[in-house]
Design a protein around this ligand. Structure first.
Ligand SMILES: [Zn+2]
Length: 71
């Protein structure tokens, strides 16, 4: 498989500490999206790319507006 499970058979939800199967992509208790197990035994928190991109675009739009309004 090539996946590194760090010897764990379950992973913990980083939000509510529920034990979940290693292949779970979503916590059954709190419904948060979760990633692979880390060496701490907790599941990774996936990066929210959509909100990241939206905030970058908002900054770009602001800069363009300032440039357009004052130059
Ligand atoms: Zn949870």
């Amino acid at each position: 498989m090539g996946e590194d499970n760090h010897g764990f058979t379950t992973k913990k939800c980083p939000e509510c500490l529920t034990n979940l199967p290693l292949n779970a992509e979503k916590c059954t208790a709190c419904g948060k999206k979760i990633g692979e197990v880390e060496k701490t035994g907790f599941a990774k928190k996936p990066i929210n790319w959509l909100s990241y991109i939206v905030s970058v675009l908002a900054w770009v739009a602001l800069c363009l507006y300032i440039w357009w309004a004052f130059l």
